[in-house]
Design a protein around this ligand. Structure first.
Ligand code: SF4
Length: 62
């Protein structure tokens, strides 16, 4: 499973990085980004939590 952030939709609220810092971080542009590789197994739950709670639906997990 991998996580993706749509930078056109992200508003830079920081919630995903707070909820799941091992998968999401805030970039220099003030918007979130996800790790490139597979989501670590122990971070799948928090990544899905972040996806559900993102206020703009910018996160996808595939
Ligand atoms: S929770 Fe959504 S809107 Fe907020 S920083 Fe993360 S991806 Fe962007």
């Amino acid at each position: 499973m991998k996580a993706y952030v749509d930078k056109d939709t992200c508003i830079g609220c920081g919630l995903c990085a707070d909820l799941c810092p091992s998968v999401f971080h805030m970039d220099d542009d003030g918007l979130a980004a996800a790790i490139e590789g597979e989501i670590p197994e122990d971070a799948v739950d928090c990544a899905q939590d972040a996806q559900q709670q993102c206020p703009t639906g910018a996160i996808s997990i595939e």
